[in-house]
Ligand binder design. Structure first.
Ligand SMILES: Nc1ncnc2c1ncn2[C@@H]1O[C@H](COP(=O)(O)OP(=O)(O)O)[C@@H](O)[C@H]1O
Ligand SMILES: [Mg+2]
Length: 234
């Protein structure tokens, strides 16, 4: 791996909480190559969301380095991070995070319009995504009028509108029933398999396991070997 897409060295996030501090991530080192499908595992509180927030440019590390696609996120000014968040990464959340007053089409198009893309190009890209995600009959609906599966597919379309190289998903199937969870995981795996995207997914569920190229295990903000955090019988 000569030029990893993602390189983390000593990556640390400490949350100051009054007179004490909570460790989110503790000096982790890892590399991700372009085209990997990485699954992040670990019990609740192990640091998965903290790591995804740093990768998404939504938060900054307390110490250490994080370079993504040649961009040193640990030393970036806020306006550069905005562009990074819009164009390099696409993020999918457990709770969908759609804007309630906007329609499906408006939710999907917003990041592209905010990035200054021409309206006709945005419309064309949105139409392709709506078609692929089977949402063409829902374009004028608002989030409250959608099922959970439709909301998450809308969130996936929004994450893809600017054609990011990296897709990050934090418990993307956590609020879905098994059928919709499987459907979302298949769509995400298609992005990896057929479109060569790099995916990093934090999940408790085993739905992603058949598609993963690698698994990373977090425990107390440290990366570890699963055998050190699971009791296994040989
Ligand atoms: N915004 C925050 N403020 C304070 N502590 C936080 C914050 N976010 C996460 N933490 C703490 O950091 C640790 C890792 O949390 P998190 O990254 O959310 O884990 P996971 O996603 O694996 O459940 C936990 O101890 C959690 O309480
Ligand atoms: Mg989490």
């Amino acid at each position: 791996m000569t030029h990893p897409l993602i390189l983390a060295a000593g990556l640390t996030r400490i949350y100051p909480m009054g007179d004490h501090a909570v460790t989110g991530l503790d000096r982790i080192d890892f590399r991700v190559a372009e085209g990997e499908f990485l699954v992040l595992k670990g019990i609740s509180g192990s640091g998965k969301s903290t790591l995804l927030s740093l990768l998404a440019g939504l938060d900054s590390p307390t110490a250490g380095e994080l370079t993504v696609s040649g961009i040193a996120l640990h030393s970036k000014a806020a306006e550069d991070l905005t562009r990074y968040r819009r164009e390099v990464v696409g993020m999918v959340f457990q709770s969908f995070n759609l804007l309630p007053t906007l329609t499906v089409l408006e939710n999907i198009s917003l990041p592209a319009l905010m990035a200054g893309k021409p309206a006709d190009a945005v419309e064309k890209r949105a139409a392709e995504l709506l078609d692929w995600l089977d949402l063409a009959s829902r374009t004028g609906h608002r989030p409250a009028q959608l099922s959970g599966g439709e909301m998450q597919r809308t969130a996936i379309a929004r994450a893809l509108i600017n054609d990011p190289a990296i897709i990050l998903a934090d418990e993307p199937t956590g609020n879905l029933d098994t059928g919709n969870g499987q459907r979302v995981m298949h769509l995400l795996s298609e992005l990896h398999r057929e479109r060569g995207r790099t995916l990093i997914i934090a999940t408790h569920s085993d739905l992603a396991d058949p598609f993963a190229t690698r698994r990373l295990y977090l425990k107390d903000g440290r990366l570890g070997d699963p055998s050190s955090s699971l009791s296994r019988t040989p």
